[in-house]
Design a protein around this ligand. Structure first.
Ligand code: URP
Ligand code: ZN
Ligand code: ZN
Length: 464
């Protein structure tokens, strides 16, 4: 099979030029001006951008959490991602405490294999790591799982203590892998939550009011300090506040390999969403919580100047009707998480490029290239180059859509609300190609369940 994309404006993290792209099977094999090639399929990209498929390095599909399971599985979640212009996800396998991480990897392979629309990898969530289990980490890296996530939050669930963090980090550093951290002081936060509930403060807004930004900053500071001593690159996930960002900036200024992502929810939503009528605020119960609006400008600054290196979604959807309901009488029982995997590319393009905060190259860097470099996928993924996987999006910079659970162009996620309901965006993924196959065109899914493949990722390879 061959595919020719003609007349597009190719944009990578560093390039911006007019050319045609020729694809044979799953790879880009030729890029040139006005190529007159025979091809099985031709796409006219006149007036459009031709960009690398998005990479979302932070999703939770089919994840048991908060007394329920996230509403998108590997089939629905990856299909929704594809509609939004994302062609690679890195999801999380979760070690059951006291059990092997390799066993956990098998469990997550069974959830995903044969189901996905796009390529995917796994980070491993480590919930314990005794000395006699450390050897598993090398085996994980050999199996293509070259990054871990640990939680300073959620005591009694996913939380790990500093000793475990240090042991795992030291080994991860020796192996050339990366540690991702959910950085919030969960022990202190739990005390604040307990008191709030005892005082009858049970509405959704107390989720935010019991999680001070200072406790996120403390977690970030501690995570980076431990990583620095352990000798491992650390990647702070879902960074939400200016206080936390300051810690990343300070560490980077002294030369630590500290990286951080933020997410659209922290760039576009704020604390006021918790004050919506009735139980509506539950839709936005996610961790870290939404912050006061002024933090958003600081996060954009972090993206502009590089202290925040990528934008992921932390897509972790729970239906409002059946699942968020679990916490109607107590915010602490609301399953934490929100949908977003489908809307990331348009939101970042609109809020970033259209609103003149970042260049188009930076848009590609933040939504694709940085994650590919950080997590051992570059240059197979994250760019358009001869030899790279043909994961390509024909992106219309002028197409306008209103994001809504009721708009068939913007909502394919298996969840009964959209976090960005009513947001008007300019910039939309028209045609989505995954390893040389057109999987979305004209708002229609043309792929098949199981098109996506597991990605064995490489080791950490320097700065993203
Ligand atoms: O609220 C969130 N973020 N849910 C998913 C789990 C996590 O902390 O990443
Ligand atoms: Zn987290
Ligand atoms: Zn997460």
């Amino acid at each position: 099979m061959s595919l020719l994309i003609k007349n597009g404006r190719i944009i990578t993290a560093v390039d911006d030029y007019m050319a045609d792209v020729y694809i044979e099977k799953d790879k880009v094999t030729l890029i040139g001006r006005s190529m007159e090639m025979e091809a099985d399929q031709v796409i006219d990209a006149t007036g459009k951008y031709v960009i690398p498929g998005g990479i979302d390095p932070h999703t939770h599909l089919d994840m048991p959490f908060g007394g329920t399971v996230s509403a998108d599985d590997f089939e629905t979640g990856t299909r929704a991602a594809a509609f939004g212009g994302t062609t690679t996800l890195i999801d999380f396998a979760i070690q059951t405490k006291g059990h092997s991480t390799l066993e956990a990897l098998d469990t997550w392979h069974a959830k995903a294999d044969g189901k996905t629309a796009i390529d995917y990898g796994f980070h491993m969530i480590v919930t314990d790591m005794d000395d006699d289990r450390l050897h598993e980490m090398r085996a994980l890296a050999d199996a293509g799982v070259t990054s871990y996530k640990m939680f300073m939050a959620y005591p009694g669930v996913l939380y790990v203590d500093d000793g475990t963090i240090f042991r795992a980090m030291r080994k991860a550093g020796e192996d050339g892998t990366v540690v991702c951290m959910h950085a919030e002081n969960g022990i202190v936060i739990d005390e604040i939550v307990k008191r709030a509930v005892a005082e009858g403060k049970t509405a959704p807004k107390y989720h935010a009011l019991t999680r001070p930004t200072r406790m996120e900053a403390e977690g970030v500071h501690r995570a980076i300090s431990i990583a620095e001593v352990a000798g491992v690159p650390v990647y702070i996930v879902h960074l939400s506040s200016s206080d936390a960002l300051e810690q990343v900036t300070q560490a980077r200024n002294r030369g630590v390999h500290a990286f951080a992502e933020t997410c659209p929810q922290y760039l576009f939503l704020d604390y006021s969403y918790y004050e919506k009528e009735g139980f509506e605020g539950a839709k936005y119960v996610m961790t870290p919580a939404l912050r006061d609006k002024w933090n958003q400008d600081k996060l954009w600054r972090g993206l502009q100047f590089g202290d925040l290196c990528s934008v992921a979604t932390d897509h972790c959807p729970f239906c409002f009707k059946d699942q968020k309901e679990l916490g109607r009488n107590n915010f602490a029982q609301i399953p934490n998480g929100a949908p977003g995997v489908e809307n990331r590319m348009s939101l970042v393009f609109n809020g970033g490029v259209v609103q003149e905060r970042i260049s188009v190259n930076k848009f590609v860097q933040l939504t694709s290239t940085a994650a590919a470099k950080m997590f051992g996928l570059f240059p197979k993924k994250g760019t358009i180059a001869v030899g790279s996987d043909a994961d390509i999006v024909v992106f219309d910079p002028n197409r306008k859509e209103t994001i809504s659970v009721n708009n068939p162009c913007t909502h394919h996620m298996n969840v009964d609300y959209n976090t960005y309901e009513g947001f008007e965006v300019t910039g939309f993924s028209d045609t989505v190609i995954s390893r040389g196959k057109v999987i979305v065109k004209d708002n229609t899914y043309l792929g098949r369940k199981g098109d996506g493949a597991f990605l064995k990722r490489g080791l950490y390879n320097g700065f993203p």
